[in-house]
Design a protein around this ligand. Structure first.
Ligand code: AMP
Length: 450
């Protein structure tokens, strides 16, 4: 794969990126003062027709990065032909995303950037969880831009509601997430239905991914033709403060409630790992006088939309969610994200915390860890190349004896350190060392409570 990374030495202005007046006017209305780094790097290359692979943090302005040049190209083509692009049941630009919410959000952004095109560019969003009929109707006569989740799109293709043979631009947004959510087969099936990069009507492919696991690399090699490669470093999350609070097992809820009450955050997004954990935690908080809403995959689409809108509008202050909310949801100025349960994968940690401190806003990402999380958090840190100081909150200091006894009670294989070997006195001594070294690690980096 040949790649090149364009250098942008000075902060560019939007009017230096080659964008046309109707888009520039919209950006002024939206009060976008200057392009984010990924926009400055990528927009000229996309306008020039290059394939692109971009590694960017969430909240980096990815949507505008692909939406603006895409809209510009479609608008110009229509001007040249004096007619709309879409016809039959074809689509010109396809944006594939991993979740329903993201599909809706991206389509809304695209429409918002296109307001000065006077409805000339048709954008449709299709995703599961709602009736396919309305989406079929929307697709009648084709569409210029289609934002879709892979599963529903395949269903609609099977029912002949849409065809992909004339796709000119393909955007894979959050490619890593799409693959981790098990869309690999759907993605292959969809790709097989589109023109090839090297065929008679080559298509342009833009791939965005926060992380680059093997599956994404394979996709990249298979899909992209001499792409421009852009890796935007952490500058966009520099306003995000990450902290870790250690707490005794069984005291997380009390600590969480105390933090919420003490800090009176206007909005806080709390992540747990299971749907029923959302409900349990909401109940427990409610008993402590804190009302919270839940957001997870078992809720109907209508309910999910309502909760999200209420949270965005500030009507709901505490939202407890599974990882379904970790990707791509753009909640303006979200001040705090809390990991009540640690995410299973280190990359999910980055996606979760990316919900806060977006587009230059100051944000706080807080992880609450008890001793059972301790080892896993180290893995998360290592993989993400971060190292955070363990802190304790007054009134919730960690009980060393309790930690030691809890470690003792774990089956040997679950202990955070290797099972001590040896017998008799030697074994006992080794056991003590294991516990004390675990404790030493737990305490390292912060001061012990008096
Ligand atoms: P995204 O990464 O696309 O989800 O965008 C994150 C947020 O940043 C959205 O609320 C955008 O409206 C906003 N945004 C995107 N580009 C800019 C920009 N150049 N200046 C200010 N805000 C922006």
């Amino acid at each position: 794969m040949s790649t090149d990374t364009p250098q942008v030495t000075e902060i560019a202005k939007f009017n230096e990126l080659g964008l046309i007046p109707p888009l520039l006017a919209r950006l002024t209305e939206l009060e976008y003062q200057q392009p984010t780094p990924i926009q400055a790097h990528a927009i000229p290359s996309i306008l020039a027709g290059r394939d692109l692979i971009a590694g960017a943090n969430t909240g980096s302005g990815k949507t505008a990065t692909f939406a603006l040049p895409l809209l510009q190209k479609l608008f110009k083509e229509q001007g040249e032909k004096s007619s709309t692009n879409h016809s039959g049941n074809y689509v010109s630009a396809l944006i594939l995303v991993p979740t329903r919410e993201l599909a809706k959000q991206v389509a809304d952004s695209v429409r918002s950037y296109a307001v000065h095109f006077n409805g000339q560019i048709k954008t449709v969003a299709v995703f599961g969880g709602v009736s396919a009929n309305t989406q079929m109707l929307a697709l009648r006569g084709g569409t210029d831009i289609l934002v879709a989740t892979p599963g529903r799109l395949l269903d609609l293709i099977t029912s002949n509601a849409i065809k992909l043979d004339r796709v000119k631009t393909l955007v894979l947004d959050e490619a890593d997430r799409m693959l981790s959510l098990g869309f690999t087969e759907e993605l292959s099936a969809l790709l097989a239905l589109m023109p090839k990069a090297s065929g008679p009507t080559p298509k342009q492919t833009l791939l965005f991914s926060a992380t680059f696991p093997e599956q994404v690399q394979a996709l990249t090699a298979q899909l992209l033709n001499n792409p421009v490669e852009i890796q935007v470093q952490n500058s966009d999350t520099s306003t995000l403060v990450q902290r870790v609070f250690t707490v005794n097992k069984g005291q997380k809820t009390a600590l969480l409630a105390s933090l919420i009450k003490q800090h009176q955050w206007s909005q806080v997004l709390i992540f747990v790992n299971a749907k029923n954990s959302c409900e349990h935690l909401a109940e427990k908080l409610s008993k402590r006088g804190i009302s919270a809403e839940v957001f997870h995959g078992d809720k109907g689409q209508g309910a999910r939309n309502r909760v999200l809108e209420a949270f965005k509008a500030g009507e709901v202050e505490v939202l407890i969610a599974t990882d379904i909310a970790a990707r791509g949801l753009d909640i303006e100025k979200l001040p705090v994200v809390i990991n009540f349960d640690l995410p299973r994968s280190p990359s999910d940690y980055m996606h979760r915390i990316g919900r806060s401190g977006r587009a230059g806003e100051v944000g706080l990402a807080l992880s609450l860890i008890d001793h059972e999380d301790y080892h896993h958090f180290k893995v998360i840190e290592k993989k993400n190349k971060i190292r955070l100081e363990r802190e304790q909150v007054k009134g919730f200091e960690v009980n060393e004896a309790l930690v030691a006894s809890l470690i003792e009670s774990l089956p040997a294989t679950d202990k955070p350190m290797a099972k001590p070997e040896g017998t008799g006195k030697k074994k006992a001594k080794k056991k003590r060392e294991t516990i004390s070294s675990v404790n030493a690690d737990i305490w390292s980096g912060y001061s012990k409570p008096k």
